[in-house]
Design a protein around this ligand. Structure first.
Ligand SMILES: C[S@@+](CC[C@H](N)C(=O)[O-])C[C@H]1O[C@@H](n2cnc3c(N)ncnc32)[C@H](O)[C@@H]1O
Length: 217
């Protein structure tokens, strides 16, 4: 699904001049591509390094990830947690639990990551936490719903990061040529632009990353 929006040579250049993936992430990347369906869903080297950098800058006490897949981004984000910090990550597909759990242990993050299996819309309301950082990366049609569900759980100054906000570049096509997921993502981008409680920057990294900062309740 995700095609590289940057010319491949520039993508490779950017990856070359980004700190290398550590051994655990490299192995997880390889195992995902060899054995798991739809491996393009994994954040990968460049985006993973960006998520890790942002998390290290924020030093969150609580992180929520919506859409674990095989756990690559969860590991990157968890590396920035404060000493007593915890990352909650939600995944619909129970079959992905084992691989993610195995790599959380390899990364020695098993005590800092709590896995939840089920529908994000059912699980988020049960989490009695305040999140300094939320990463939205599950089913595209529900981004707006997830934003609404997490908003009151985020303090002023808290950060939301949303992935795939350029949706293969489809978001700039005329509406009648957009697929339903591109339409949903475009509606999400518009919703945030019109929300004066937040400020945001859309980075054309990989498939587009929106970084949102909460300004008021
Ligand atoms: C793009 S992948 C996540 C990739 C991961 N965040 C990473 O960067 O490595 C999206 C994941 O969301 C999961 N998902 C889809 N719908 C969901 C839902 N309603 N609730 C929870 N997870 C869902 C999918 O099964 C898939 O594993």
């Amino acid at each position: 699904m995700t095609k590289v929006l940057l010319p491949l040579a520039l993508q490779e250049y950017a990856e070359h001049f980004t700190t290398q993936e550590d051994e655990v992430l490299k192995e997880l990347n390889e195992e995902t591509y060899e054995h798991i369906g739809r491996p393009h869903m994994l954040s990968g080297h460049l985006q993973g390094a960006l998520l890790q950098m942002l998390s290290c800058m924020i030093r969150p006490k609580r992180i929520l990830e919506i859409g674990t897949y095989t756990g690559y981004a969860a590991i990157c984000l968890a590396k920035g947690l404060s000493e007593d910090g915890v990352l909650h990550t939600i995944e619909l597909d129970e079959n992905l639990k084992e691989i993610a759990q195995r790599y959380f242990a390899k990364a020695e993050l098993q005590d800092k990551i709590k896995q939840h299996i089920g529908k994000a819309a059912d699980i988020i309301p049960t989490l009695n936490e305040t999140f300094d950082l939320v990463f939205i990366d599950a089913d595209k049609k529900n981004y707006g719903l997830y934003y609404d569900l997490v908003f009151d759980k985020i303090p002023i100054g808290g950060i939301i990061i949303a992935d795939n906000v350029l949706f293969n570049g489809e978001v700039i096509l005329p509406e009648q040529e957009q697929g339903k997921f591109a339409k949903a993502i475009h509606a999400f981008n518009e919703k945030l632009l019109n929300d004066n409680r937040v400020e945001q920057v859309l980075l054309p990294v990989r498939d587009g990353i929106l970084i949102v900062r909460k300004l008021k309740n």
